[in-house]
Write a protein that binds this ligand. Sequence first.
Ligand code: NAD
Ligand code: IPM
Ligand code: MN
Length: 345
Amino acid sequence: MAEPRVVLLPGDGIGREVAEQARLVFGRLAPDVELDERAIGAAAIRATGDPLPEETLAACRGAAAVLKGPVGDPEFDAADVRPEQGILRLRAALDTYANLRPAVSREVDLLIVRELVGGLYFGESGVREDGTVFDTCEYHPSQIERVVRRAFALAQARRGRLTSVDKANVLETSRLWRRIVDALAPDYSDVRVEHMLVDNAAMQLATAPERFDVLVTENMFGDILSDLAAAVTGGLGLAPSASLSDTGPGIFEPVHGSAPDIAGRGVANPAAMLRSTALLLEHGLGRVAEARALAHAVDHALAHSPTADVGGTATTAGFGAAVREQLVLTETAVASYSAGNASRA
Ligand code: NAD
Ligand code: IPM
Ligand code: MN
């Protein structure tokens, strides 16, 4: 069988810096996997005029998984063709509707399941003759059902609690969302469901994040709440995500953006990108042992060689080196354990 191929999209700003650390980890943990680097975002606009060139999309469609750095560049903030359009089109093209954003610390272990290909991000928008500008939020019931079913199943495999977040006191789409959650609940009788309004959910995330297990919500609410969840569990530098479809390749990317304020200085925290790499190893390639080893090595580097955003002095490269050093130690320990078992057998 041909070796698996993973598309690497470094993206913009600190994306290139953190992607380089992911590439080095791949070389250690999965040297047989072909890393196929392609352009997206501002880098792709500069090279081709398109934030998601056809060849990048074609490479992603045929890959086992996509590992992506953040896109975005202040240079294009007011342009008609913007870097962010590249990631939105990629998510839609691969139909990665289930965006898993775990937020974990010593006290907190929650998972946000964000709907990723509907709502305000993909509704009709435009300008009317009188100058009014509009964005519309639409959801078809089937779009809600598939992501809510995913969230129920994930809650079953965790602590059995699901919080569905909406704005049902105001929005029609939220009332539909709530009806669908209630209609599906009997299929998952071992999951305890609650509904929560999004403003209250933000307050609870800030003050009592440990009360949550799985949260499921629409696209825009999930975007905002996942930055908040990252902030209360150590910061954006730590938060990974996995965007999954039903059949095709997943997209694995940090929650954070291209961080123009620190880009080019070699000080960005690569932990979120490396944790996204661990999610890719597990969910995209089925390599659970390697995923565990990497997650452990990242935790170890955070404890012993933290970057500035989490109170340390390590550079991006220094953090990456600490991760790889820990991976070597783990490999050596596993090898000598196996050898010990073999000699006893
Ligand atoms: P941001 O996430 O880039 O940065 C917010 C703050 O967090 C900044 O102070 C930044 O320095 C810090 N930060 C983020 N990641 C860090 C890391 N790994 N290590 C250390 N510090 C880190 O958000 P922003 O400034 O609002 O957005 C910048 C650009 O990124 C925008 O163009 C936006 O559209 C884009 N963006 C892209 C993605 C994506 O591609 N998935 C996600 C979010 C934002
Ligand atoms: C994220 C980002 C994106 C989003 C932007 C860059 C389009 O903020 O992945 O959280 O809003 O989905
Ligand atoms: Mn975001």
